[in-house]
Design a protein around this ligand. Structure first.
Ligand SMILES: [Zn+2]
Length: 434
């Protein structure tokens, strides 16, 4: 369920606005206790065969009940193989009782459907073996909701099996005493959700200056699982709020009429910024824009960007949607990427330790997508990201840049959004206080 169209993933990293938090939110809780989760799901993006809201995870032992029955109650034992580094599928088959000819037949049959060279380290393969030590079925877990099932009964039959997925919503609330990220981890918020949370807030919050001690964070997110697997996967953030003193920054997930998953404040305003001010997580601003003594040359020089100190290898995100104009060595900048966002705006990223695979000139990137990694190449004294926002071919100060805001919902779409956000909020508060 809720597998969103890939291209919209980063479009969904969006916006919000400051508004004064009203107590209405809490009133909703008591009035709308029975709102079903079903009603707030954007049906367009749901691919669930059946509507099912709350399902408990069954023990994986039940996984083969059906196949056992189909095989006249013969007992099968399940042998789980976790793919090790450098291990081929052939090597794995060597552990079982196959004739050589059979091994190659199995491999050829699988390769027609799935290229076995794409087998990953730590991938799970299950062998169903009968009491005569004969393998009857092989199941390769391709991803959390797809299995490759190889039946070896008489002929070799290979199919890709899509598993039914279910989703549930989880809500958490915590105070920041150290950082949004570390306190989130301490409060059992899953890492992928924290990363989305940071990306969501990075449009409006300067993590260095804006977040004060005792800032409150409240978040609701989707948890996706398949019936027979114990592992959870995390979907989208449904709701996120940061309260700093009397200011509240809120985001509600919404599927717009034109089919994009995006985030809006209560007034229906999508304040998505066209360019991120902080294109990485957890960094410390180490040098601002303006005149300074250059740490290497010693001369007073205009610093035409901002520097973020961060450990080597920290992922660097595309500051906005655009096309890579340059990715390569660029003198004192070291490994350098420049993205062209539109006729007027570009962003540049310097001293990178490396480029994300596939990033090269002409490639289209989405806001928030990883493009490279923090390093210290070129004229640099230590690992940091030098970030420039270029407006009409001149560097400008990213920290004072006023960016245009996004879409504002109107009319029927606004009404639909309002209904939706009230349900999201009611569910969130229900989850928190039930
Ligand atoms: Zn710099």
């Amino acid at each position: 369920m809720a597998v969103y169209i890939k291209n919209t993933t980063f479009l969904s990293i969006a916006l919000a606005g400051f508004l004064i938090f009203s107590l209405n939110a809490y009133k909703l809780n008591s009035n709308n206790k029975k709102i079903s989760l079903k009603e707030i799901k954007p049906t367009k993006f749901i691919e669930s065969p059946k509507e099912k809201e709350q399902t408990t995870i069954k023990d994986t032992k039940n996984l083969f009940d059906e196949s056992s029955k189909a095989k006249n109650n013969i007992k099968y034992t399940e042998q789980i193989v976790i793919v090790k580094k450098g291990e081929t599928f052939l090597r794995i088959l060597d552990n079982f009782n196959f004739e050589n000819k059979k091994k190659f037949e199995i491999i050829n049959s699988i390769n027609k459907i799935f290229d076995l060279r794409d087998l990953n380290v730590n991938q799970k393969i299950i062998f169903l073996v009968n009491d005569k030590k004969i393998v009857k079925q092989i199941i390769v877990e391709l991803d959390y909701k797809t299995n490759l099932v190889v039946d070896l009964d008489s002929n070799i039959n290979v199919i890709k099996k899509e598993l039914e997925t279910f989703s549930d919503f989880e809500s958490k609330e915590y105070f920041i005493t150290n950082s949004l990220y570390s306190d989130g981890i301490n409060n059992n918020i899953p890492n992928p959700i924290l990363i989305k949370l940071i990306q969501l807030f990075s449009f409006d919050l300067d993590f260095q200056r804006d977040i004060l001690k005792d800032t409150q964070v409240s978040v609701s997110y989707e948890k996706i699982f398949t019936e027979n697997k114990t592992k959870f996967y995390f979907g989208d953030i449904q709701y996120a709020r940061v309260t700093i003193k009397n200011n509240t920054l809120e985001y509600f997930k919404f599927l717009t009429d034109d089919g994009y998953v995006d985030y809006f404040n209560r007034k229906g305003k999508n304040v998505k910024k066209s360019i991120l001010k902080t294109p990485l997580d957890g960094a410390r601003l180490s040098s601002t824009y303006g005149m300074r003594k250059h740490p290497i040359s010693g001369f007073n020089k205009m610093h035409k960007g901002i520097d973020f100190a961060a450990p080597k290898g920290t992922p660097v995100y595309a500051g906005g949607n655009g096309v890579i104009e340059m990715a390569g060595r660029n003198g004192g900048y070291g490994n350098y990427i420049r993205i062209r966002h539109n006729n007027e705006y570009k962003t540049a990223y310097a001293h990178l330790s490396g480029f994300k695979k596939g990033i090269s000139k002409g490639v289209r990137v989405s806001q928030g997508e990883v493009i490279g990694y923090v390093g210290s190449t070129g004229r640099s004294t230590g690992p940091h990201l030098h970030y420039e926002i270029i407006y009409q071919n001149k560097q400008i100060n990213p920290l004072t840049l006023k960016l245009p805001s996004g879409k504002i919902l109107e009319g029927e779409e606004l009404e639909r959004f309002k209904k939706n956000y009230k349900m999201i909020l009611a569910n969130h508060l229900n989850n928190l206080f039930e």
